[in-house]
Design a protein around this ligand. Structure first.
Ligand code: GUN
Length: 283
């Protein structure tokens, strides 16, 4: 069996078209959803990410501002900017690009963002809302993974989902979202004793470690659904995920490729969250 690919570009296109339609409807009510993206320093990967986020906003009709600051910006100055954006009525979502320079306490900056504008879903209030099933913003990457499962009509009820990686941005919120859909969830990490024994039981596997070949074909139950959140480079310098795609594709029923899988979904869900922040205000 060769797995069907879940095409993150195609699904993103579809969801972004819906965002554009809802944005146009909101504009008729006099509200243009607005996202502020704040970049401190000159991390080259971050520069590409923020450019893509701003462009995606423009393409879907959202207002966006990109604020770029020198790496020497003080924590106090950044907190002052966040406070101003919290109060800015043209801004519905605030995203401070990570990583921040070492002299700035990233968690402190995230906690300074108003939870009503926390479209990254990184604030502890957002994490708490997800954990307790209250309304709030979900982190974009795991949210995108849930949309991918939804797109194939996958019913998680009673299924065993194994998440590999326990980051605050992907692994932990991913586990909560899968749990909310009534999956039995196992969260694996670097201290997990026998990862293969875990993944072999899984109906759904989410690999979110940031290391190549974390998941190989011998670790996957035939017919499992595999979502690959990894973004790595192989020996030839080509983009690859955490999953040994060529091998696992022969065993899984569905699989997300890298590139063109989960990656585009992250920005798409950022647009969705920003739109929803604006819609909540209009309701
Ligand atoms: N750095 C890498 N990914 C992300 C993200 O999704 N949000 C923010 N704020 N920073 C990031």
């Amino acid at each position: 069996m060769t797995a069907q690919r879940i095409d993150g570009n195609a699904l993103s296109q579809q969801l972004r078209a819906e965002v554009a339609t809802r944005t146009a409807a909101l504009k008729l009510k006099g509200i243009t959803p607005g996202l502020a993206v704040v970049l401190v320093g000159d991390n080259s990967a971050s520069q590409v990410y923020v450019r893509n986020k701003v462009k995606a906003c423009q393409d879907s009709g959202l207002h966006s501002v990109l604020e770029k600051y020198d790496a020497s910006m003080t924590e106090a100055d950044l907190l002052t900017r966040v406070d101003a954006l919290n109060k800015d009525p043209s801004i519905h979502g605030i995203l401070v690009q990570l990583p921040l320079p070492a002299h700035i306490d990233a968690q402190k900056v995230i906690e300074a963002i108003s939870p009503a504008k926390d479209v990254d879903g990184f604030h502890i209030a957002s994490a708490g809302a997800l954990m307790t099933g209250m309304p709030g913003f979900w982190p974009c990457t795991p949210y995108g993974c849930m949309k991918m499962l939804e797109s194939i009509g996958y019913d998680l009820k009673g299924k065993h989902a194994v998440v590999i990686g326990r980051s605050n941005i992907v692994g932990k919120p991913m586990a909560m979202m899968l749990l909310q859909k009534n999956a039995t969830v196992t969260l694996c990490h670097s201290a997990t004793k026998d990862l293969k024994a875990m993944t072999l039981q899984a109906d759904v596997i989410v690999a979110a470690v940031g290391k190549r070949n974390v998941l190989t074909a011998d670790m996957v139950k035939p017919g499992a659904v595999v979502l690959d959140v990894g973004m790595n480079r192989n020996d030839e310098g080509k983009l690859c995920g955490d999953v040994d795609f060529a091998g696992v594709e022969q065993v899984a029923s569905y699989i997300t490729p890298v590139p063109g899988g989960v990656g585009p979904m992250t920005i798409t869900m950022l647009l969705v969250n920003t739109l929803e922040a604006a819609e909540r205000l209009a309701a």
